[in-house]
Design a protein around this ligand. Structure first.
Ligand code: FAD
Length: 411
């Protein structure tokens, strides 16, 4: 395991694809930066959360094309995939899950980063000192404390969005019977004969629906709007100047926030997933309930119908806005996540000392993605007011690195 010095230059919190992208871009520009940073992640390895979520939802391939990945050379993945064209999926060579995993392992090896992740959760981030002597005191879950001159926050996943009706269920129920998509692991579930309600119209709903059907369940997929069909979650114009030029020129942060919402426009399904779902619908394994939402859900722990009747088992009784009432064995909320810096447990003390302007939970960062006034950099969805709607995606990591790396090298 990496030895932890008492004082370091840069502490990177999180070892997901965003952090890996930053590190490869940094080393490409300044190889001698290597001894000056430490990456912290409870797993002690790179991309654990990424691999976990792809496995848990049985996702066969990425939604983004083969040129989006953590290496600075956009074509590195294509070269790595030579002879494996069957693992690049149409229409834009979307990398298969295993191909991407093996490529990222090769990136980690090639940049000699295998031993760079220190296995610990950061539990405290305290700004100390003044002016040129200002530092961050970093408390780890194992009790160790170190100081760092600069910090990069790449902690990923937002906060699960839970619909009001689900927040307000008063009775107790087995926790695994109502979960957010982040908590579902298809690989641990036997679903033969079960009726599952999946709420939400994004690609995660589609993956969970197909995975549940393959495991023997029948699924109802319920969406507030009509299902939206899109290749990518934001138009590719957001990867370059086509849309980003106007976005960056927009002086009003609230307008920028609205543009991000419009660009992502809630969840959407890829054409391939739409095809799979329609086929499952024709086979009677899936019901698509569009323009419909749950009003209330009640857990029926004891049934009044005949014992041994199929409906006598414990179940959810849900009522919808269209007046219908239905029973389900499980409810999965594929209702997305939101980013809110004010709720980020690590940043409270930093924000007290360096208050940042907030727009709908997103911080107004400086050009180099720092909280203004201090050396705390932020990547991922929380940097969206500067990076745009793809901030949380793989390509967002590249756009963020292009701003952060020059500041790290200069400082
Ligand atoms: C199912 C799914 C599929 C996706 N597919 C794509 C895709 O095909 N293409 C695309 O571009 N994007 C995709 N995304 C979006 C995005 O790229 C991923 O969510 C990606 O994992 C985000 O990377 P990240 O580094 O920001 O966060 P994460 O991968 O979540 O990594 C953050 C890491 O930080 C660690 N961490 C958190 N708190 C602390 C702490 N206090 N101390 C230490 N470590 C901490 C976590 O343990 C985690 O390992 C997908 C997202 C999901 C959910």
């Amino acid at each position: 395991m990496l030895d932890l010095p008492p004082s370091i230059d840069l502490a990177i919190i999180g070892a997901g694809p965003q952090a890996l992208t930053l590190v490869t871009h940094l080393l490409q520009k300044r190889a001698r930066f290597r001894p000056r940073f430490v990456v912290f992640d409870p797993s002690g390895t790179w991309l654990t959360q990424w691999h976990r979520q792809f496995a848990a939802q049985a996702i066969p391939h990425l939604r983004s094309p083969a040129v989006h990945h953590p290496d600075p050379d956009a074509f590195a993945l294509r070269r790595f995939a030579e002879g494996r064209s069957d693992e690049l999926f149409p229409p834009y060579d979307l990398p298969g899950t295993r191909l991407f995993q093996e490529f990222c392992a090769e990136v980690v090896q090639r940049w000699q980063l295998e031993q760079r992740v220190y296995p610990a959760k950061v539990v405290q981030l305290l700004p100390i000192g003044e002016g040129r002597r200002s530092r961050f005191q970093i408390g780890l879950e194992n009790g160790s404390v170190i100081t760092a001159r600069r910090v990069l926050l790449a902690t990923g996943a937002g906060i699960p969005q839970i619909p009001d009706w689900a927040e307000h269920i008063s009775m107790t129920y087995p926790l695994e019977r109502l979960c957010h998509a982040q908590q579902v692991n298809l690989n641990t579930l036997l679903l033969v004969g079960e009726r599952i309600l999946i709420v939400g119209g994004g690609l995660t709903s589609g993956h969970l629906a197909m995975g549940a059907i393959q495991r023997g369940a029948t699924v109802t997929l319920m969406t507030r709007r009509w299902l939206q069909e899109k290749l990518f979650d934001a138009n590719p114009g957001w990867l370059g100047p086509k849309y980003l030029k106007g976005f960056k020129a927009e002086p009003c942060w609230l307008n920028r926030w609205h543009r991000i919402q419009q660009a992502r426009n809630g969840g959407s399904l890829t054409p391939t997933m739409m095809l799979n779902l329609r086929q499952a619908e024709r086979q009677g394994k899936l019901v698509l309930e569009e323009n419909c939402h749950v009003v209330s859900a009640t857990w029926q722990a004891h049934s009044e119908v005949e014992p041994f009747d199929d409906h006598s088992r414990q179940h959810w009784q849900i009522h919808c806005d269209n007046g219908s009432s239905q029973s389900f064995d499980r409810i999965w909320l594929a209702t997305g996540t939101r980013f809110d810096l004010q709720q980020h447990e690590l940043l409270q003390e930093v924000l007290t000392r360096y208050p940042a302007e907030m727009v709908q939970g997103l911080p107004v960062l400086d050009f180099s993605l720092r909280i203004p006034g201090c050396e705390c950099f932020i990547m991922g969805g929380l940097a969206a007011l500067q990076i745009g709607p793809v901030a949380r995606n793989l390509f967002g990591g590249k756009l963020a690195s292009e701003r952060i790396v020059p500041a790290l090298i200069k400082g």
